[in-house]
Every structure is written in C-alpha cells, then in structure tokens.
Design a protein around this ligand. Structure first.
Ligand code: UDX
Length: 435
C-alpha cells in the first residue's frame, strides 16, 4: 500500500517508520526542513527506544522516504494526518491550526478513492467538519478517524502491535474500513481487535481513554493524600485493590503525578470541549483530577523545603529525573522539571540529572544547573529528590550515595526505592502516601 504521513513529529515519525517496517511504501511529510533532514539521515529528533533501528532498516529497503514537499503525497492511497494539537495559548482548548493546515495542504493532491486518515487527538466534532471540507473539494477522497494510543517509550511496539484499532468512518462508507484493514493486516492477523464506528465515537474513544487513565492516577494520588494523614501505606493499598480484576494494578502508582504531551492537555481540552457543548458538568470531575495531580507536585516541594530546614537559600538539592517518565526525553508538562523549577524559585541551589532529558530541560529552563553525572548531582546535597523513576536511579546504592551527600535525606516522589535499604544506610526516607 502507498501511504503518506503528514506531520513527522513524535506520532508521525513513529507511524511512518512502523508502516514502512510493515511492508508499505511510505513518504513522511513535514514543513520543518531540519526535522526532515534528520529523519532522512536515520536520526530521530527525539529519544524513542527502537525508532532509530526501524528508521534505518526501512530506509535501507527503499520503502521509506521523507520530504518537505506536500506534492509528494500524490500516488498514495492513504494519507495519515499526524500533526500536533497543542493547548491553545491562553485557553485549555486544543489548537486545531496544524490539523486544518494539513488538511488544506492535502486537498489539491487528493484523488478519487484516496482516504485521509486523522490520527491527531482532536475535539469531538472535528472529523465531521473536516469531512465536509474534503467533500467540498470535489476530489472524491473520503475521511476516516483512526486515533492513536501509543505510549512514549513504547511507541514502536504500540504502533506495530496496538491493543486495539478504532476506525471512525462516515455513515454508509464501506471502503475506508477495508482499506485500513489492509494497512493494519499484520496486527489484525495477530489478533488486534478492530472497532469500526462513527466519527464522534472514534474521537471520543481517544480522549475518554486518556481521561480514564488520568483519573486512575489521580484516584490513587487522592488515596495517598488520605494515607499521609492516617499513617497508612498507599502502595500496599494499591496492591490490595489491584488484585480485584475489575480494578487492576496498572496505573495505580502513586507519586508526583502525571505529565507529558498527552494526559494533562487532553483532559483540559476535553473539559473545554464539553463546556462548549453545554455539558461541562459531565466532566467537571476532570478539573479535580487535574487539581489532585498538581497538588502532588506541591507536596514534593513542601517535603523538600521541610527537609532543608528554615533556610532554603544556598542549600543544595539533588533532583533525580527531568523527563515526565522514564525511557523518554520529553519534558512537556513534566512533574519532575516543575518540581526542580519550583525549588529553584524558592532559592535552593538545584542540580538536576536525567539520562536523556537534560538538553530539552536546559532549552526551557537555562537557570537550572544540570549534570550528566549522578555522582556530581548527589555530591554535597542537603536533600535528594527522586522524581522520574529511571531504572538507573532505582539501582543507586544507598550506602555509596550516603558517602556523597551532606545530609542523608531522600524524598522518593515515585515510591520506587527500597525504603528499608535506604533507612538501613542511614537515610531519612520519605515516600508519597507512605508512613
Ligand atoms: C499516554 C497514554 O498512555 C497513551 O495511550 C496516549 O496515546 C498518550 O498518553 P504517555 O503520555 O506516553 O501515554 O505516558 P503514560 O505511560 O500514559 O504516562 C503518563 C504519565 O502518568 C507519566 O507522567 C507517568 O509518570 C504517570 N503515571 C503513570 C503515574 O504517575 N502513575 C501511574 O501509575 C502511571
């Protein structure tokens, strides 16, 4: 199948490479010439495990190329739109500028029988509007909406073998779903379920899934808040309720909360869209989900300040982690970076480390000090804060670390460390929602 992918950011670059890896003939298009040059050279402009390997292997077969010229989409049967929908400036709503621009740039190059497939996360109702735009162009192309559920750090795996495929198609459209079945034939053959539905349901599935995950995390973090005033242990509580199959243990890790390019922005955009639709009260709880999440960051800051004593100025805080989660260099809405910035704002001498996210953090917050070395980060620290649970941080030897710091206090913002081992090494250990 000949496929084009419009937008080669996180989602599009992974999608283009994965489609080529599955045997399709793919062109990836982006307006950013620097990004296209990097991708064409087999070097993704962001960290994602496994992506450089499939980029290189797919390009070697000649099935994958990248271009800034939208006319190169001609001849493709399927055109995936994978551009970003960031939070609009000064509002919680999604910014549809890039999606609208991508669709308009495609219009002159579409032919009868083509399908345009939206992958971006959009406010419900967008697909119906865009289908009208495509119909009015007279090309004979049709629109389908096929939301993407990939997780950063597992993006290649999630794209090649998704948990499910969702196709939103126009009423009476018989062909779009069968073309998408062909595109995803490998995943479908290995058992991936397919849900074929209308546009609005497909758009909602995506935001509902992210809203549910965010709610699950904030639920356990709310329990952590209660645990903190009752000397209960939220990690044991999560294990115990997680044994109930209806609840499940995944996404019940209490800590500094969720961040990244999706969950925070998607729950805010969903709330904004529901309010536009006159149904704000239906998802009003998502504001509380957001509030609980932000309170957890504050909790980590407060615990650190309390550990430092009455004078914060010139005390050294070692911050372990900057990315919003491990196996990523993404610092968008990162709880870890937020905590570091807040502590710096209070006057602490913050030194932060991360295996992948220092460069992205420095670009946003040059006022912070960074070190690539955990040893240098810990040396002389008056408090240590773990905020991204990279495996290399969980493996730090507490006895070795105690020999480096000035004061052996650690705030484990991800409940990831072996509390008993750290205490045995002389540390004052403080988790979140744990006695
Ligand atoms: C998420 C969705 O999982 C994915 O399906 C969607 O396509 C995009 O948004 P992602 O942003 O990559 O993916 O990260 P995810 O693994 O979901 O984690 C989100 C945040 O929640 C991270 O900051 C993580 O640290 C936090 N988290 C996750 C918790 O605090 N506790 C948990 O138990 C799980």
């Amino acid at each position: 199948m000949k496929i084009s992918v419009i937008g080669c950011g996180y989602l599009g670059a992974v999608h283009a490479a994965a489609m080529a890896e599955l045997g399709h003939d793919v062109v990836g298009i982006d307006v950013d010439a620097a990004k296209i040059a990097q991708l064409a050279d087999g070097r993704p402009p962001f960290f994602e495990p496994g992506l450089p390997e499939i980029l290189t292997s797919a390009m070697a077969t000649g099935r994958l190329r990248f271009s800034t010229d939208i006319a190169e989409v001609r001849g493709s049967r399927v055109h995936f739109v994978a551009v970003g929908t960031p939070q609009r400036d000064g509002s919680n709503a999604a910014d549809m500028t890039y999606v609208d621009a991508a669709i308009h740039s495609l219009l002159p190059h579409l032919s009868e029988g083509d399908i345009v497939v939206g992958k971006s996360t959009v406010p419900v109702g967008s697909a119906a509007r865009l289908a009208d735009v495509i119909a009015a162009s007279g090309s004979g192309a049709v629109l389908a909406w096929n939301p993407e559920f990939l997780r950063e750090g597992f993006a290649v795996l999630d794209t090649m073998t998704p948990d499910r495929l969702v196709y939103g198609v126009a009423a009476g459209d018989e062909t779009a779903a069968s073309i998408l079945d062909e595109v995803y034939a490998t995943a479908i053959a290995s058992g991936t379920p397919v849900v074929v539905t209308d546009y609005a349901t497909a758009e909602l599935v995506k935001v509902a899934a992210n809203a549910f995950l965010a709610t699950k995390i904030s639920f356990i973090n709310a329990m952590a808040e209660i645990a903190e005033v009752t000397a209960a242990d939220v990690t044991q509580l999560a294990d115990a309720i997680g044994f109930d199959n209806r609840i499940g243990r995944r996404f019940l890790n209490a800590g500094v909360g969720f961040g990244g390019g999706c969950l925070p922005k998607d729950i805010r955009a969903f709330t904004a869209r529901a309010e536009e639709l006159g149904r704000g009260e239906s998802v009003a709880f998502l504001k509380e989900v957001d509030n609980i999440n932000l309170r957890r960051r504050q909790r980590v800051v407060d615990l650190t300040v309390a550990a430092l004593g009455p004078v914060v100025n010139e005390k050294k805080v070692a911050v372990l982690g900057l990315a919003f989660k491990p196996h990523s260099d993404d610092v968008r809405d990162s709880p870890a970076l937020d905590v570091a910035v807040q502590l710096r704002g209070l006057g602490a001498d913050v030194v932060a480390t991360d295996p992948q996210a220092i460069e992205n953090s420095r670009a946003r917050h040059p006022q912070l000090s960074y070190s690539a070395s955990v040893e240098e980060t810990l040396r002389g620290a008056d408090a240590v804060v773990l905020v991204t649970e990279w495996p290399e941080f969980a493996e730090i030897d507490p006895v070795w670390a105690a020999g480096l710091v000035r004061t052996s206090v650690i705030i484990d913002g991800r409940n990831k460390l072996d509390a008993a081992a750290w205490r045995a090494a002389g540390w004052t250990y403080q988790g979140l929602g744990r006695p």
